[in-house]
Design a protein around this ligand. Structure first.
Ligand code: AMP
Length: 282
């Protein structure tokens, strides 16, 4: 596996690959890698000739400085895991490489309501920072294919919108959420859960699956209210449990209002913020 820390080294190498007609599948991450990230690398290797993984804890997408400070960083273990799945290139830039002085990386994009709901409502500025870093990384890596997880459904939708708005020559592919055996969605933040909260965490996926089962049985408002209660009943503090149109991310009142519907939730388990979602329609 090649390891590059500067944009210049990475770009030189990638230019070479492109000249040889080698296609690139790119997986941007913030590190503390787990099987969810690795499944995206494995998928990248299947659908492109060469996989590139970036590890960069992007300061501009953290609205809470404490969250940024506490974000787990395990670079050596990450490199080993990437080697174990045969990843081709690891890009681990410093903030100065991603945001060099004098370069305007600011992105003026209108995400409309996509970025105002759910995560956007509770993490102001998060999606602006996320989109800026994804755009900057896409400009450096120039991949044919970008792979992102369903786990961050709203992030995926916003990146899809950005690629379309900027007419970027990149195909966006969604990877399924990888879960622990008890249903908990893998997340770099799970290591910060107390043993007690970790043991309660399966309630999140259980509640999402329950919502799927109830889709055509109970009014959506009732499903939403009961889901919030289920999450609260174990001591978690949900920020939202929304049932929305997969394209517009707008709340729906009736299952017939959209062809595809997703339930998304975010909650606090102790001091740890977790998100998850399940597509409710088949
Ligand atoms: P992160 O390092 O959390 O920024 O995530 C990097 C990429 O991995 C994003 O596209 C995430 O959606 C994806 N990802 C995170 N957790 C999972 C998971 N459990 N299963 C599949 N993909 C995931």
């Amino acid at each position: 596996m090649y390891l590059f820390q500067t944009a210049k080294e990475l770009q030189n190498h990638i230019q070479n690959l492109h000249q040889q007609g080698i296609s690139i599948g790119f997986v941007p991450t913030m590190g503390a890698l787990h099987a969810g990230h690795l499944s995206l690398i494995e998928e990248a290797k299947k659908i492109a000739d060469c996989s590139v993984c970036s590890i960069f804890v992007n300061p501009t997408q953290f609205n809470d400085p404490k969250d940024l400070e506490k974000y787990p960083r395990t670079p050596d273990k990450d490199a080993q895991l990437l080697e174990s799945v045969g990843n081709d290139i690891l890009f681990m830039p410093t903030p100065e490489e991603v945001y060099p002085q004098g370069l305007n990386t600011h992105l003026e994009l209108d995400f409309g309501t996509l970025a105002g709901v759910m995560e956007g409502a509770f993490r102001p500025g998060h999606f602006q920072g996320m989109a800026e870093v994804v755009k900057r990384l896409l400009d450096l890596v120039t991949p044919e294919i970008l792979l992102m997880g369903q786990k961050d459904f709203q992030q995926f939708t916003i990146v899809k919108h950005m690629i379309k708005q900027l007419a970027m020559p990149t195909q966006l592919v969604m990877g399924a959420t990888v879960r622990e055996t008890d249903g908990v969605a893998m997340s770099s933040r799970n290591v910060r859960l107390s043993p007690e909260n970790r043991s309660k965490a399966p309630v999140i996926f259980e509640t999402l699956q329950w919502a799927k089962k109830m889709l055509r049985t109970l009014p959506l408002k009732t499903i939403q209210e009961m889901a919030l209660q289920k999450l609260q009943s174990v001591g978690f503090e949900p920020e939202y449990f929304e049932i929305v149109n997969t394209d517009t991310l707008m709340s729906i009142n009736d299952p017939l209002d959209a062809t595809a519907i997703v339930a998304c939730t975010a909650l606090w388990a102790g001091g740890v913020r977790l998100i998850d979602n399940v597509i409710l329609t088949d």
